[in-house]
Design a protein around this ligand. Structure first.
Ligand SMILES: C[S@@+](CC[C@H](N)C(=O)[O-])C[C@H]1O[C@@H](n2cnc3c(N)ncnc32)[C@H](O)[C@@H]1O
Length: 256
């Protein structure tokens, strides 16, 4: 870091690459990457950026978010044109908040930097579109990872979301380190919801590996999801339209 801040000509864009399909990267994000000198992010996200002369790629492990954010801010302060990449939207369980945490704790000169957040299509919206419109009425999103918050907080939020009759999108539903979190969330929901509540497992949405599966809540199991899956549990109003081409899942816009 050289402490020159905005005078250095560097900038930092925190960009969302969307859920996977190249066509879902916004032109604004593509333009920022085309103008960048450095791209920083988790290894599989940086792998989605084409190498070219003049562009340095900085892939890093997922567990070093704050270090990565500090690195990005330091490079921008030294005059680099930096893009931090996230999948989906960078403000949804991703790098934008991590960069602002590092900014708040860092040197005062960082606050003069040119910093922009460039939105992307988040996984729950891509999944909702692929299945129909299950988020057509009020909904919430809950991250099931307990890396950064206690499980008791997650369980309480799941129970309150069910009591409020939101449709719920679960991000980070399952990992090798957390094999049982989604089953525990389903157990909470079974205590609060009717048996016909539909559950959408949307895996690798918009990629060639995309898989959609809809089951009623009593048949939903944690092992139907992995870390590439977003799970959407319908509200009491969410319904299925049967079609030869596959069902459409939607939540009506009104409550009669
Ligand atoms: C760390 S969060 C990042 C979310 C991302 N910032 C977003 O807005 O989509 C990673 C989680 O997002 C979800 N996810 C990301 N891409 C996905 C996709 N193409 N299909 C299904 N779920 C996806 C999964 O739940 C995954 O565990």
């Amino acid at each position: 870091m050289n402490g020159q801040g905005a005078l250095s000509g560097g900038w930092l864009a925190i960009a969302g690459l969307g859920p996977g399909a190249a066509g879902m990267v916004t032109p604004e994000v593509s333009d920022a990457i085309a103008a960048a000198s450095d791209v920083i992010g988790y290894i599989p996200y940086v792998a989605r950026v084409a190498p070219r002369p003049g562009l340095t790629l900085h892939p890093s492990d997922n567990r070093v978010e704050i270090d990565r954010a500090g690195h990005a801010l330091s490079l921008a302060a030294a005059g680099a044109r930096v893009v931090v990449v996230s999948s989906g939207d960078p403000g949804v369980f991703a790098m934008a908040a991590a960069v602002f945490e590092a900014l708040e704790a860092g040197p005062a000169s960082w606050r003069d930097l040119d910093i922009r957040v460039l939105p992307g299509i988040t996984a729950m919206l891509a999944a909702s579109a692929a299945a129909g419109a299950p988020l057509g009425h009020d909904f919430c999103a809950i991250n099931l990872s307990d890396n950064l918050k206690p499980w008791a907080v997650i369980e309480r939020r799941v129970a309150l979301a069910a009591a409020a009759d939101f449709a719920i999108a679960f991000y980070n539903p399952r990992s090798r380190a957390r094999p049982d979190g989604l089953d525990r969330a389903f157990a909470v929901l079974r205590g609060a919801c009717d048996d016909d509540r539909p559950v959408l497992f949307a895996r690798a949405v918009t990629t060639p590996e995309q898989e959609l599966r809809i089951v009623p809540l009593p048949h939903a199991r944690g092992d139907m999801a992995d870390m590439r899956t977003v799970v959407i549990v319908g509200s009491s109003r969410t319904r299925l339209i049967a079609r030869a081409a596959g069902p459409l899942l939607y939540t009506p816009r009104s409550i009669a």
